[in-house]
Every structure is written in C-alpha cells, then in structure tokens.
Design a protein around this ligand. Structure first.
Ligand code: PGA
Length: 269
C-alpha cells in the first residue's frame, strides 16, 4: 500500500498551489494581499499567484525574495509584433513570471479559444522559459452526456501534438467548468478519476509524465483542499475566489505543504 503523500513524493512531485486572481483587485489591494501571504509563509508547497497584467511590476516587487512565484493569466500565441491589445510571452518573462495560465475555460468561452490556439500559447510560453498551466475541463452538459473523458483528452491531445515529449514541462489543471466559481466542487473521487485519465495520456507521450504536476481547480477552499490533495494524482490546485483572501489561500497552501512534508497519508486503492 502506497500512501498518496508518498506517491507524490516518490514521483518527485512537489505540490503546487496557484492563485488565479482573474480580473479582480486594485493596485493597493494586491499589495496588501501579498504582504499578508508573505507573512503567512514560507510554505513547503510551491506557491504562485497569477495577477492581471498591469499589476505584474507591483507583484514582482512585493514577492521578490519570498520564494512565492508569480505569473499571468494568458499570453499571446504570437511573438511581439502588430497585435493590438496582446501581451507576448517574452514580455512576461521580462517581469520574472514563473507561470502563465493558458486555455482557462473563461478564455475558451468568452474569447473562443480553440484547442490548437491554446497549444500554440503553451509552446510560446515554454520557449521563453515560462511554465504554462494548461487548463482542461468539461461543461455540465458534457459531463451529463458522459463525455468528460473524451473532452479532456481532446483538449490535452492538441497540446501533446504541438509539444511532443516536451509536454512533460507543462503543468495541467483539470477544471470542470461547472465547478468554477459555483461553490460546487468535484468530489475527490471524481477529480482523481479524471486526473488518472490525464496522467495515463501524458505517460503515453512522455516517459517523464510521472513527475508532472496535475492541479485540480473549481471551488477549491480551505475546507476541501486537504481531501483533494490526498488523492494520488492531484498535485495541487488552481484557486480562483479563495486566492483573493489571505486566510483562505494560505490555508490551502498549508494543506498542500502537509502533502509536501508527507504528513497526510491516504491509501491508494
Ligand atoms: P474558483 O476558480 O476557485 O473561483 O472556482 C478557479 C479557476 O477559475 O481557476
């Protein structure tokens, strides 16, 4: 019997918690939030916050030397050039970004982002030294129709097709669309089942996929984080609403840190 905490550690997977602030906050509130987060740390899990573009310089200043990383919520699929309103991955690298979220369901939905566009963004992010956090996930209707597996595999396969074995350098976030911002969380078992499917698909593409972090996202909070992180293929979380509150976000980071320290152990079945 392998405890899940041991399963993460044995595979060399340090838990990762990423805050997705979305289009929230002010310059002042962001700096206050980060001061609180710094004070709550350091954390044994890896922690990062993805802020709106205009706050990147402030966030970088606030977090320098803290061990907490930062990043953005999107990037262009193009290198710098005549693309009004876009932000290039190389620019994010200049601001010290560690991560960039690509293919969030809100972008797929409101900006009609396709699987191949998301894959192109991931490729450019990687080529500039950023770690793309590629989001996949099914809608309520797709889950009800029994096509969850089909949908997430299709979304991920576009990225595998573009990146080849380099896919092992990305982070994947499984975010069921029906669980985002709704207070409805996938059960740890539902989430683990999808993570296992994604892990198997990644393993077929790269021998290093066992070392990849697969995050769960969708109404993660201080109350449900620990049980989610106890699943053998859930290596952390992408956190929206709860990342805007210091107490809630730091509790999630602590729950992931317990996994990093191997102090929770649930049996793999
Ligand atoms: P939520 O958002 O935690 O508010 O559900 C997660 C996300 O959209 O990444």
């Amino acid at each position: 019997m392998v405890s899940s905490a041991n399963a993460h550690a044995a595979a060399g997977r340090r838990p990762l918690v990423v805050g997705n602030w979305k289009m929230n906050g002010t310059r002042v509130s962001c700096v206050e939030l980060l001061a609180g987060l710094r004070a709550a740390g350091p954390f044994d899990a890896e922690v990062s916050v993805c802020c709106p573009f205009p706050y990147l310089a402030d966030v970088a200043l606030s977090l320098q030397g803290s061990g907490i990383g930062w990043g953005a919520q999107d990037c262009s699929q193009h290198e710098p050039g005549a693309y009004t309103g876009e932000v290039a991955a190389v620019m994010l690298a200049e601001f010290g970004c560690r991560h960039v979220i690509v293919g969030h369901s809100e972008r797929r939905l409101h900006h009609a982002e396709s699987d191949t566009l998301v894959a192109d963004k991931a490729r450019l992010a990687l080529s500039h030294g950023l770690t793309p956090i590629v989001c996949v996930g099914e809608t309520r209707a797709e889950r009800d129709a029994g096509s969850t597996e089909l949908v997430v595999k299709r979304q991920l396969s576009a990225v595998i097709h573009t990146l080849g074995h380099c896919v092992s350098q990305i982070v994947v976030a499984y975010e069921p669309v029906w669980a985002i911002g709704t207070g409805l969380t996938a059960t740890p078992q539902q989430a683990q089942a999808v993570h296992a499917v994604l892990r198997a698909q990644l393993l077929a593409a790269s021998t290093r996929a066992g070392e990849m972090r697969l995050l769960y996202g969708g109404s993660v909070n201080a109350g449900n984080a620990q049980e989610l992180f106890a699943q053998p293929d859930i290596d952390g979380a992408l956190v929206g609403g709860a990342s805007l509150k210091v107490a809630d976000f730091s509790a999630i980071c602590r729950a992931a840190s317990h996994v990093a320290l191997g102090s929770i152990g649930k049996s793999r079945t």
